[in-house]
Design a protein around this ligand. Structure first.
Ligand code: UD1
Length: 426
């Protein structure tokens, strides 16, 4: 098991390039299955979740060649619609394979993804959407089968603008007969990226980025070359870390328009932000100000995926801030770890009350999920003394070599392998 050892207390400075978006790459890799041939994807991040998706695709019969951040995926040999249980259990995002496999093979079998550290994470909206397109769903305790001899377009209203459900329905509907209209659709930039990719393969989809997406089904899709958008959550994490360490950094190859709500919050906390095309600069030289109230909500509101990181900044702010999490029911588990580092935070249901303290202190803490782990790294960089972050496989799911990213910005941190250390000692 790897862990990160961080010597905190140094302001970050310098410039980094932001890698491609995990949450855009995963559904796009799954959607590649909807054509037969070689799809070339560029700006694909080098992450654990991407490796798992590649593992699933190769077990389904695809051949993948990875060169740096480019993946060439040959989907012509795909011959199975059964997502392997061991890999499905490793990554919830394997549910993105439902729509594409159903569209290509007329059936798909997946395993119940189950709950996870941040909440129950049901998939009822995915299943209802696919059923509305004509799929017959059969579920038991551990498997879910969807079968359809024909998929037929329909009007589908989502009770909640779920990112994954919107994407799964878009993918299945792209090869359905007739027109599908999704209302109350999620509006995240990753959904716009999926629309661009599907349309480049020959699909006929409009409306992504708004709450109504119209998909005119087509008979088949063709392979294409595509470049994934930058990861807005990784860019946001770096900007918050700079603010929390009272540093000044620039991120390049990012998209400021995707981070409007974070930029607004950072400005309210007294941090200076400048943007220019694909560049965002942040500069802070004093104690941050408290931000009265932040509520996480679907895009374009404040993202749940940046909630824990911003909480670190607010825990160092002057005054009382309030953070309400409305997207996932169990996403405040990092609070206990931050309190171990000296933060003054209390929780009432899904709301955290954050009384800023002048400083955090290094401690041994545990990453309970991906973004919580990133938050603890920020806390470690800002804290006085040494912080050890354990269970960092969660962080590796979404950040490409996080120790190198912050190392380039002057952060002092290293990765240690606990097992190797024990061997050394033996
Ligand atoms: C995606 C992102 C994740 C982000 C989340 C919210 C990917 C790979 N992951 O996850 O990083 O935190 O969006 O922005 O893109 N829900 C249901 N039934 C469903 C589907 C969802 O009740 O069928 C609920 C979930 O339990 C959750 C909420 O809706 O409480 C949001 O989930 P959703 O938008 O679907 O998130 P994901 O697509 O899983």
């Amino acid at each position: 098991m790897d862990k990160l050892v961080i010597e905190g207390g140094r302001p970050l400075s310098g410039s980094i390039r932001i890698h491609g978006a995990k949450n855009a790459a995963l559904p796009i890799m799954a959607a590649s299955l909807m054509c037969e041939g070689q799809v070339e994807l560029r700006n694909v991040p080098c992450l654990l979740d991407i490796d798992v998706m590649l593992g699933i695709l190769s077990r389904l019969g695809c051949v993948a060649v990875q060169q740096g951040d480019t993946i060439i995926l040959d989907t012509s040999g795909a011959n199975s619609s059964h997502v392997p249980e061991d890999l499905m259990k490793q990554m919830r995002s394997s549910i993105f394979l439902m729509g594409p496999l159903l569209a290509r093979f007329g059936e798909v079998c997946i395993y119940q993804p189950g709950g996870c550290a941040i909440g129950e994470r049901k998939i009822d909206l995915h299943l209802r959407g696919l059923a509305a397109l004509g799929a017959k769903i059969e579920e038991n305790d551990h498997q879910i089968w969807c079968r359809a001899t024909r998929l037929i377009g329909n009007d589908i209203h989502l009770d909640f603008p779920s990112v994954g459900a919107t994407e799964n329905i878009m993918m299945a509907a792209a090869l359905a007969e007739g027109t599908t209209v999704i209302t109350n659709a999620a509006r995240e930039p990753e959904i716009q990226d999926l629309q661009r990719f599907l349309n480049m393969m020959g699909a006929n989809i409009i409306g992504a980025g708004t709450d109504t997406i119209t998909i005119q089904g087509v008979a088949s899709l063709e392979p294409c070359e595509y470049e994934i958008i930058p990861d807005r959550i990784v860019a946001g994490t770096a900007l918050i870390a700079a603010a929390a360490t009272r540093g000044s950094i620039t991120v390049t190859h990012s998209n400021p328009a995707h981070l409007t709500s974070l930029i607004h919050v950072l400005r309210r906390s007294g941090v200076q932000i400048g943007t220019d095309n694909d560049i965002i600069s942040v500069s802070s030289n004093g104690r941050p100000k408290a931000v009265e109230k932040i509520i996480t909500s679907p895009y374009p509101s404040f993202p749940t995926d940046l909630q824990s990181q911003v909480m670190v900044l607010l825990s160092l702010a002057d005054g009382l801030s309030l953070m309400k999490e409305t997207v996932f029911e169990g996403r405040l588990r990092h609070v206990d770890e931050l309190v171990r580092m000296g933060a003054d935070i209390s929780v009432d249901l899904n709301t955290a009350f954050i009384r800023g303290v002048p400083r955090l202190y290094g401690a041994t803490v545990e990453a309970t999920d991906l973004r919580a782990g990133a938050a603890l790294v920020i806390a470690g960089l800002a804290a006085h003394g040494k912080t050890v972050v354990e269970q960092i496989h969660h962080i590796d799911r979404g950040y490409e070599h996080i120790e190198q990213m912050f190392g380039r910005l002057g952060g002092v941190m290293r990765r240690e392998n606990t097992a190797l250390k024990q061997l050394d000692l033996a």
